[in-house]
Design a protein around this ligand. Structure first.
Ligand code: ATP
Length: 590
């Protein structure tokens, strides 16, 4: 079983994560987070907020609306440019993004193997290829695989071998045997029979109107067609009628920050550049291809920071933020070799951006982006400023007062443009944009480990005699402590457990499980290991006399006999992000 399958099974069985609306057949790409999943997701989000907002004096939070008027997203460029290229597979009718699709694979005899989901589909596809897509090509079929002989590969096309037994004319064969090739194939089947790629806007539209927009579309279309049958004209009329109620579900949280830049600055005059505004919230994208469970879904959460800097600080700040964010990832992930930064190539960069890196995690299917960090220049504030006529600038009050004092003293106005440009300017923005759901997936995969009966690590996939330990960072663990009586039906032991768990809840404000299932203590420990609980506290008959308990460490399996107070202290100490007296440098120099 693959690591991903293993994780998804565990997630469903233990109540982290499952398909939404499953009893009604489910909805592709929609997931619900169960009692443990919701805790883990909140903890990841809280750790992000803690490091980005609470640990710093230069960042404040915001929570902006999801429903967004078109003017905002037209200005930001999303209405015209938030597109992905889309391609359809002509055999399977699957839709996919060519930029994420693999290159053509050949088998060891140089043939193209096209894999259908089953034997019957392979027969249908073979017929489609023979009659429509590559008439006269040399094809064989073996089970659910269709094998096509290749004459030669050229830069932008594949020339297939001709079947000598076909009777078609030579010219007919020539064109049928040449398939355009743009460097990618259908990711599922390896088929090169594809439509041309076309752009597709990822934003979800919705209409703020009690009248069903479809009624408006029908009425407008019928009226328009009475006077003209020109379809593009009808489309324009429909768009015009719908426009007043048109809104979008935001595709990122960042725009909510830019449009509130001035209001935040005015209400928080202590914020001097460089300063940041952080936001965690839902975003929506009508993704062409939903993949790898919560890795790519239409509805997801982002944790974003827009950090406003002076233009001359931007490059250094970009570098500092890259380090700061990589340090964050390394605090919570165990396998540092599975996290890397990938700088964008020049042709990946947005035209306004002077630097962008993806933070990537090595998922079971390969490297995948979990966060983007970008030096966005002044693009966003300048665009919103142009569109609204409102100057979204920063004035350095101290520099201004100093200049005014000099002017008063000398009696002369200072018009030096360099001095004025340092005093008032449109800030540049360094952005960190992290997917909460993707982060959660990466951190779960990172923490998950299979061990055999002797506690030795074994590869995931070996099922027999293997159990899972989720070695999550204690601050991420959904349950921090499980308190359990040695015997679950003994009222005295259960009462002590109830008392200890209440103390833990009240004193540490953490999620505690009172485990009273009537299975062996060993099994209960293993169940807690599987969901990542760092400590189990066991109350036994000796506790009735000596008031001590056993505390067990998830990662070492070590058990210590300690007093109740000591048990609480151990948990509290281990939940500290940094040991006392060794705080790392958290702020970035201005
Ligand atoms: P991708 O190339 O994977 O589509 P992106 O470059 O479009 O991602 P950004 O626009 O930079 O992503 O968004 C910032 C972060 O939001 C990503 O790093 C990712 O963690 C998260 N994210 C983006 N799209 C999705 C999605 N459909 N589902 C889950 N998380 C997403």
């Amino acid at each position: 079983m693959s690591a991903m399958r293993h994780l998804l099974d565990l997630c469903k069985r233990r109540g982290f994560l499952f398909q939404s609306a499953e009893i009604h057949g489910g909805l592709r790409g929609a997931y619900d987070y169960g009692p443990l999943g919701v805790e883990l997701k909140r903890n990841v989000s809280q750790e992000w907020w803690n490091s980005m907002v609470y640990q710093r004096s230069d960042v404040v939070g915001i929570d902006t609306a999801i429903i967004t008027p078109p003017a905002v997203l037209k200005t930001s460029g999303h209405v015209d440019q938030f597109t992905d290229e889309m391609v359809d597979s002509r055999l399977s009718k699957e839709r996919f993004r060519p930029d994420k699709a693999p290159e053509l694979k050949l088998d060891d005899q140089g043939r193209i193997p096209i894999t259908a989901p089953d034997k019957n589909t392979a027969k249908l596809w073979e017929n489609d290829i023979r009659t429509q897509f590559a008439r006269g090509a040399m094809i064989t079929r073996s089970g659910k695989q269709i094998l096509m002989e290749v004459e030669r590969m050229e830069r932008d096309r594949i020339v297939l071998k001709q079947d000598p037994s076909t009777t078609s004319t030579t010219s007919d064969l020539d064109s049928s045997l040449q398939i355009p090739y743009h460097g990618y194939v259908d990711p599922n089947s390896n088929s090169p029979f594809l439509t041309e790629s076309r752009p597709f806007n990822l934003m979800f539209k919705t209409y703020l109107d009690p009248i069903d927009p479809i009624d408006k579309v029908i009425t407008t279309t019928l009226d328009a067609q009475k006077s003209s049958s020109d379809l593009s004209n009808t489309r324009q009329l429909v768009d015009k009628v719908l426009y007043p109620s048109l809104t979008y579900l935001r595709p990122e949280t960042a725009q909510g920050v830019f449009i509130n830049y001035m209001t935040i600055q005015r209400s928080h005059p202590h914020l001097r550049i460089p300063f940041g505004i952080a936001q965690v919230g839902k975003s929506f994208r009508n993704e062409i291809r939903l993949e790898h469970a919560i890795f790519r879904t239409p509805e997801f959460e982002q944790m974003e920071l827009e950090y406003f800097v002076a233009p001359w600080q931007a490059q250094d700040q970009f570098t500092s933020w890259r380090k700061f964010r990589m340090d964050w990832w390394r605090t919570y992930a165990r396998h540092h070799d599975r996290i890397r930064e990938r700088p964008h190539t020049q042709d990946e960069l947005a035209h306004y951006s002077s630097g962008c890196v993806d933070v990537e995690y090595l998922f079971p299917w390969g490297w995948g982006e979990v966060e983007g960090i970008a030096n966005r220049g002044d693009f966003d504030l300048s665009k919103h400023s142009e569109a609204t006529g409102i100057k979204l600038q920063y004035t350095d009050a101290i520099l201004m007062q100093e200049r005014q004092a000099r002017e008063k003293a000398t009696g002369q106005k200072e018009n030096n443009t360099e001095v004025l440009a340092k005093e008032r300017y449109t800030p540049h923005v360094v952005e960190s944009s992290c997917g909460l759901n993707r982060a959660m997936l990466a951190l779960m995969l990172d923490a998950m480990e299979a061990v055999d009966e002797q506690g030795r690590t074994v590869p995931l996939g070996e099922e027999k005699g293997v159990r899972t330990i989720m070695r999550l960072h204690p601050r991420l663990a959904p349950v921090k402590v499980a308190v359990m009586p040695l015997v679950s039906n003994n009222k005295d032991l259960v009462d002590i457990c109830t008392d200890i768990s209440n103390r833990l809840r009240q004193e540490l404000q953490v999620n505690v499980a009172l485990e009273t299932q009537s299975t062996t203590i060993g099994k209960r420990y293993y169940r807690m290991d599987e969901i990542g609980t760092p400590w189990c506290v066991t109350v036994d008959f000796d506790t009735l006399n000596d008031h001590n308990v056993t505390i067990r460490d998830r990662d070492t399996g070590e058990q210590r006999r300690v007093s109740k107070d000591e048990a609480i202290d151990i948990v509290q100490d281990s939940l500290r992000l940094y040991p006392r007296h060794s705080r790392p440098q958290q702020t970035i120099a201005a």
